[in-house]
Design a protein around this ligand. Structure first.
Ligand SMILES: [Zn+2]
Length: 267
């Protein structure tokens, strides 16, 4: 019997997986109507705003509940002599302000991970599993664990580590009741994620038209003033040129702006 997608959070929908997809072809995105909750996992404050702010704003507008999880506080970022001890709190405030511009109020930070030193450790995986089981997202947006050699800045080692830890947390750990059984005792039962969206993957296959939410993307990036303030008026132009290039690559049409992703459907 074919199990309707997403109804049983603890069981992968293997029948649906095989009937909905053609082997060898990239997965297509599920309709937003099928999604209630999204978890965004990234290494540093500002990462998900550069890669996906317009898309996230669109999800909020569609009624999806979005949680943003940061693995570090980004204390190695910035271009001036701001006291490094002040950076974690500063960047936390900037991320909260940036996310508010998109309509996201649930912003969480993991502790114990040094910016620039992030590894897909068991501790990091366990912390992400905890958040997955608490939020119970159908869709998780992560960074690419695979390096893209044509734009190395998007493949910062911390981004690769956050992506690797997140994908290991999604499968198998979050849905396996034998991984960290103490989490079940703490009231966090297994949870099956249906869909993964990956930012800055070497092979992107899905585009989101973010023309209508672009203004909020600019506002979000301006909120990361410690990272973008030095760009001044050039910030919007830079973001717009990037969005135009994506839109043109995916044929969105004249004057449109896009963000692109690789999508995995987990059934
Ligand atoms: Zn980053």
């Amino acid at each position: 019997m074919t199990q309707p997608a997403g109804l049983d959070p603890t069981r992968p929908n293997y029948d649906g997986l095989m009937t909905q997809r053609t082997l060898g072809q990239p997965a297509t995105a599920r309709p937003d109507d099928d999604i209630q909750r999204v978890l965004v996992v990234s290494a540093h404050p500002d990462d998900c705003d550069f890669g996906a702010a317009g898309t996230i704003a669109g999800w909020v507008d569609a009624g999806l509940r979005v949680t943003i999880l940061l693995c570090t506080h980004g204390e190695q970022g910035g271009f001036d002599d701001t006291n490094r001890e002040q950076m974690p709190a500063l960047r936390e405030r900037e991320q909260v302000t940036a996310s508010a511009a998109l309509g996201v109020t649930d912003v969480r930070f993991l502790h114990g991970h040094r910016d620039g030193w992030l590894e897909p450790s068991w501790e990091l995986q366990r912390q992400i599993v905890e958040v997955i089981r608490d939020v119970r997202p159908q869709r998780v947006l992560i960074q690419s664990p695979e390096r893209g050699y044509d734009r190395i800045q998007a493949s910062h080692p911390d981004h690769l580590a956050a992506g690797e830890a997140a994908i290991r947390a999604i499968y198998p750990a979050a849905e396996n009741r034998f991984s960290w059984p103490e989490l079940i005792e703490a009231g966090l039962p297994p949870w099956h994620v249906n869909e993964i969206w990956i930012m800055a993957h070497p092979q992107t296959s899905h585009v989101v038209d973010v023309t209508d939410t672009f203004g909020r993307k600019v506002a979000a990036l301006e909120a990361h003033a410690s990272q973008t303030g030095h760009l001044g008026d050039k910030l919007e132009g830079f973001l717009r040129a990037w969005g135009v290039a994506v839109a043109e690559a995916f044929g969105l049409g004249e004057g449109r702006l896009g963000e692109c992703f690789h999508i995995m459907d987990l059934g």
